[in-house]
Write a protein that binds this ligand. Sequence first.
Ligand SMILES: NC(=O)c1ccc[n+]([C@@H]2O[C@H](COP(=O)([O-])OP(=O)(O)OC[C@H]3O[C@@H](n4cnc5c(N)ncnc54)[C@H](OP(=O)(O)O)[C@@H]3O)[C@@H](O)[C@H]2O)c1
Length: 295
Amino acid sequence: MLVMIAGSSGLIGTSLIPHLRHHGHEVLRLVRREPTAPDERGWDPPAGRVQDGAMDGVQAIINLCGVGIADRRWSGARKQAIKDSRVEPTEVLASAAEEHRIPVLINASGINFYGNTGDRQVDETAPGGTGFLAEVCQDWEAATAAARGSSRVVLLRTGAVLSPAGGMLGKLRPLFKLMLGGKIGSGRQYMPWISLDDHVGAVTFLLEKTEVAGPVNLVGPQPATNAEFTQALGEALGRPTPFPVPAAALKAVMGELAEELVLTGPRAVPSVLTEHGYLFQHATIKDALVAATTT
Ligand SMILES: NC(=O)c1ccc[n+]([C@@H]2O[C@H](COP(=O)([O-])OP(=O)(O)OC[C@H]3O[C@@H](n4cnc5c(N)ncnc54)[C@H](OP(=O)(O)O)[C@@H]3O)[C@@H](O)[C@H]2O)c1
């Protein structure tokens, strides 16, 4: 299949491209600068512009765009950038998919779609929740609307992607190595996770699985609480984790971001992936963290 990827230079895109090529797909990249390589095509999401001819022959679009959610403290301007950098590119790509009759649009979204659901287990049939990130995810998914009549639209409701290359583990690993890692708050809140290997594996699976459309939870099959995650990461790194991090201290340092991303999280399960026979490479948080800290 000829696949166009937007947001390809990030954590997921840089692993997904070789994975797709290995599986026999041809990959093009949409870049927000002058294209310089034969596999690059230009676009300007805020201007709503895609290079002429860029979508010729494209059979699937995978959209991974968006500024980092946890890269810095949330100000009003940062929250606007988090939303705009997801909704605008998605609208441009959904319109392009519709205009060029591209059969598949696979669009990033987040597991925070469900908001804070406490101990209740949620699958893809659960309604959207409340809070900034939940509302961003709902607007982000709604921005695919233009493509829904013409394309199979798949929405990747993704948990924290565990990778040796960065993301959440890139931030936590140095703290744990210094023995400053500990459960956060009560530790009972859920931390939806997926290994990077399974993320790119699942996206490739969904690209090829023509009967799947709509939301798909990209999370490991066994939900983990923050306390379980902390213990597994401490063990994987050979470091004890005796000191809990008080919720109030984290809120003072990280602000609103702490409440939405670290102190609460849905107990989400990947029902669509498991019902369609996707086999996880890393089925437990322990397996995923051992793999992500030893490779
Ligand atoms: N990693 C996770 O744990 C995780 C969890 C849940 C959801 N997701 C979502 O999955 C997607 C990919 O994740 P990732 O970890 O690969 O993210 P990432 O490393 O931050 O990469 C995102 C990519 O988005 C593009 N981008 C950055 N700023 C942009 C802007 N203002 N407008 C349009 N595009 C912009 C960039 O690609 P180009 O420079 O090539 O355009 C960047 O490399 C994101 O939408 C993210 O929110 C990720």
